[in-house]
Structures are given as structure tokens and as C-alpha cells.
Design a protein around this ligand. Structure first.
Ligand code: ZN
Length: 466
């Protein structure tokens, strides 16, 4: 059912660069500080997004926030706070961590509690299409009807049981779309009864709310592949009454700690904030880059130290290049390093299933060759090598050398002010059809390079994430 072949599209260029790529990423349930598994998932989402931007794709990246859920309700009860206050607190904590980890913001964030009317309409249409039924103020997805229409056998597994309501379901494979509220729980009015959306339906409905009936890329952690994404696909097909929806699903691989499953109760658990207190974001990101995005990986402090040393080697090499760029003469031409071929080689690794570990391997092989010959390479060639390697690292979100320099800030100051002037003129003269251009610049184009513009009353301000 899943099409994991975005790299096929990449290498054959069949993803259109003309159209904007609609990308939906399952976001966090905000009831706690985020942990290392979240870090891997969202950093690798960020890396894949940056790679597509690097290849010239325009991306509209939307992420949901699950801000109502059993876990949020339970924490709210135990901390004597409202569920809304808990959700707000941990959403802020999540984005603080992401900003520190150098993860680009989504172009759009959608919260469940802000989407309830759309979710209700979405469920109603699934009922009207004959793929869901109401029992005692709850609504269930009708797996047998779905299998009949789409000729797909559902996977039967214990994990798809909704324990609370299992006696109400017609079939064990059915799952809840709308949950009747229990006493004291938050609820919303609906034609089905007072309650709240099930977890799976929120993603189908919110994705549809923002992107409509078609999606290019859908991402999430591998633990969401089943049942969450499986159910999301069923719901969406049932809603659309056809099986044409998402082109590509990508799942980020699982993360263990010291060979064991991450577990809070076993104290085998690391928060992003704990790790950021000891290591810098480049070290954390670089560790993840050393693993294929879709394969399982094992975290250990030993491995983190080791990859941090590798990163240091790259930094020292770039420093050395800078020094030699000054000291070598223009005449040194005994050794010419082919930067274009090197660059093509690195790009090829990215096109081949986003194989970043292979890119890193090639990088080190070439660093060795360059180091051996560094005194024989002329200045211009050295500068090209330097910019090529630095650009690849920046593209992957590792910022070793780059600081926001004066020139860049000045250029952005001018661009953002220019955009603001144009926007004001467009509004003043009622040329509203041009507003899309200034909106696209603010919402799509600049966020894709880590620049976030906010329109205030008379001026526009911006901030940068690298
Ligand atoms: Zn989801």
C-alpha cells in the first residue's frame, strides 16, 4: 500500500518542479517534553525537506499538532491545569527544541482543537459514503465495507483494538472516528453526540483541510506506519470514494538507546533538552546523518562522541583549507581537484534513496586525497573545494562555518522592506491578485531557506533559522 519511492521520482525527475509539493508530516502529541526519538524523526524530516529544496523543488510543509488526547487530559488532571494550558506549554517546548536543533519551521501548523468543524464534516461524509456507522454517540470506521469496495484486505492486529469501546464495534478491525466523551472530559457538540475526534481521523481531516484531495508526500515515524497511516489511508479513500490520494509515504526509522527500546519506566530515555545541555545541535544532527533515514539506529553516547570527532575532522579540514587559500600561490597547479565531478558524486548519493551515509563516506575519501595534495593545489581550486563542502553541510542543516554575516543581513533587510512596500502599495491600490506573490514569498519561498517573515501593522520583521 505504501509507495516509498520518492528517490525514484527524484532520480527520474518525475516530481514536478513547477508545482508546489504538498507535504504533510505527522506532528507531536503535546503532553511532555520531546525526546530523542522525536529529535531523529523531525531532524530527518528537515533533512529530506532541505534536500528537495536543494534540488529545486518548491515545498509547502504542513505539520499537525495533536492538542487534545487521553495523555494530555490525564496530565492536565494530575497537574490541575486545563488541557489547553498543557498543550500550549508543551507545543512551545517542542518548537523551542526544534529551533535549537536547527529544524526549519513548517509552512503551516494545524491544531486539532482549531479544526473540529472540519473533522466533523469529514466524518459525516465517510458515514454518507457508507464506510462508517454510529453507535451510542461514537462513530466507527466500517472495515468490511471498505474491504468490499476497495478490494484490500485490512491487516488484523491486536493493536487496532480500541479497548474502551471494543464491545460496540461490528468488527475487531473497525476503529473509532468520533469518541463519546466520558464524564468530566472535554467535548465538542456534533451530529453524532458530544465527544472528540479519534486520533487517526484528525490527520486525514486536517490534511484535507489544508491541502484538499491530493497530497504529494506524507511523512512520520515508522511506528506510525501501522495502524495510524494505514487507517489514515482507509479514511481518506473512504472520504474521497477513490484510491488516488498520496503519491509518496516516507517513514523515519526507529531509534533505540544502547540496544534497547526507549522506555521512560526503565529509565532508558533521553530528553532533547538534556542532550542539548551537553552537546551542540551540529553534533546531534551529524550523528543522525550517519544513518540511513529509514533504517533503525542505535543511540549511544559513545557513538555520539565518535561522530562528533569525525565532525571535528571536517571542521579542522575546512579551517586548513581557509589557511591554504591565503598561503598557496596562484601558480600551484601540480594537482587539480575536479570539484564539479565531486559535487555530482555527492548529489548522486542524495538521489540514491537519500543515502547521506554514503555521501559522508565519499566526503572523507576526498578529504584524504585533498589533504595529501593540499600544498600542490592553487588558490582558486581550494576556494571551490571549500565552498562546495561547506554548501553541502549547510544544505544538510549542519552549520560549521556559517554565521549570519553582515552582507546577508543587509540583503534580507532590503528584501523584507521591499516586500513590505510592495504589499502596502498592492493593498492601497486594491491589486489583490498580486498579493499571492508577496504571500508566497512570506509563506513558502523564504521559510524554505530558513527566513520567517511576520507582518506587523506598518512594517515586516523576520528571523532566521539555519
Ligand atoms: Zn498523523
Amino acid at each position: 500500500m505504501f509507495n516509498n519511492e520518492v528517490y525514484y521520482h527524484l532520480s527520474t525527475n518525475s516530481l514536478s518542479k513547477e508545482k508546489i509539493i504538498k507535504w504533510y508530516s505527522c506532528g507531536p502529541t503535546v503532553y511532555n517534553d520531546s525526546h530523542l526519538g522525536h529529535a531523529r524523526n523531525y531532524i530527518m524530516n528537515d533533512v529530506l525537506r532541505r534536500i528537495l529544496i536543494h534540488f529545486g523543488y518548491k515545498i509547502d510543509f504542513c505539520m499537525n499538532i495533536t492538542d487534545i488526547d487521553d495523555k494530555i487530559i490525564n496530565i492536565a488532571k494530575s497537574e490541575k491545569m486545563s488541557f489547553g494550558a498543557i498543550a500550549e506549554k508543551y507545543e512551545k517546548s517542542f518548537f523551542d527544541d526544534m529551533e535549537k536543533l536547527n529544524v526549519l519551521y513548517p509552512n503551516k501548523i494545524i491544531r486539532v482543537t482549531e479544526s473540529i468543524p472540519h473533522i466533523i464534516k469529514y466524518i459525516q461524509k465517510i458515514i454518507d459514503n457508507g464506510f462508517a456507522y454510529c453507535v451510542n454517540d461514537s462513530v466507527y470506521f466500517d472495515s468490511l465495507e471498505y474491504e468490499k469496495k476497495f478490494s484490500i484486505q485490512s491487516i488484523d492486529a491486536p493493536s487496532i483494538q480500541d479497548n474502551d469501546f471494543s464491545h460496540e464495534k461490528k468488527n475487531a478491525k473497525d476503529f473509532v472516528l468520533w469518541k463519546k466523551a466520558k464524564d468530566g472530559e472535554p467535548f465538542w457538540d456534533s451530529p453524532f453526540g458530544q465527544g472528540r475526534p479519534g486520533w487517526h481521523i484528525e490527520c486525514s481531516a486536517m490534511c484535507n483541510k489544508y491541502f484538499g484531495d491530493h497530497l504529494t508526500i506524507h511523512t512520520g515515524g515508522i511506528d506510525l506506519k501501522f495502524p495510524h497511516h494505514d487507517n489514515e489511508i482507509k479514511q481518506t479513500y473512504a472520504y474521497l470514494n477513490n484510491n488516488k490520494w498520496c503519491e509518496v509515504f516516507l517513514h523515519i526509522g526507529h531509534l533505540n538507546i544502547d540496544g534497547l527500546k526507549m522506555s521512560k519506566s526503565e529509565k532508558n530515555f533521553i530528553l532533547i533538552k538534556e542532550l542539548l545541555a551537553k552537546y551542540n545541535p551540529n553534533q546531534i544532527r551529524y550523528l543522525f546523518l550517519n544513518h540511513k533515514y529509514d533504517e533503525p539506529m542505535d543511540f549511544s553516547y559513545q557513538r555520539l562522541e565518535q561522530t562528533s570527532n569525525d565532525l571535528k575532522t571536517i571542521m579542522n579540514f575546512l579551517q586548513e583549507l581557509k589557511i591554504k587559500m591565503k598561503s598557496n600561490s596562484d601558480q600551484d597547479k601540480n594537482f587539480i581537484f575536479n570539484v564539479i565531478e565531486f559535487e555530482n558524486n555527492l548529489n548522486q548519493s542524495l538521489c540514491n534513496e537519500f543515502d547521506i551515509p554514503n555521501l559522508i563516506k565519499k566526503l572523507f575519501e576526498n578529504i584524504k586525497i585533498i589533504n595529501t595534495n593540499i600544498n600542490k593545489i592553487n588558490k582558486e581550486n581550494l576556494a571551490n573545494i571549500y565552498y562546495c563542502i561547506n554548501n553541502f553541510l549547510v544544505m544538510l542543516g549542519v552549520n560549521i562555518m556559517r554565521s549570519t554575516d553582515d552582507y546577508e543581513t543587509k540583503t534580507l533587510d532590503i528584501l523584507v522592506k521591499f516586500r513590505n512596500d510592495i504589499k502596502n502599495k498592492v493593498i492601497e491600490n486594491k491589486h489583490f491578485d498580486y498579493l499571492k506573490m508577496t504571500d508566497d514569498l512570506r509563506n513558502i519561498i523564504l521559510p524554505n531557506i530558513g527566513v520567517y517573515v511576520e507582518d506587523k501593522k506598518n512594517e515586516s520583521i523576520y528571523k532566521i533559522i539555519r
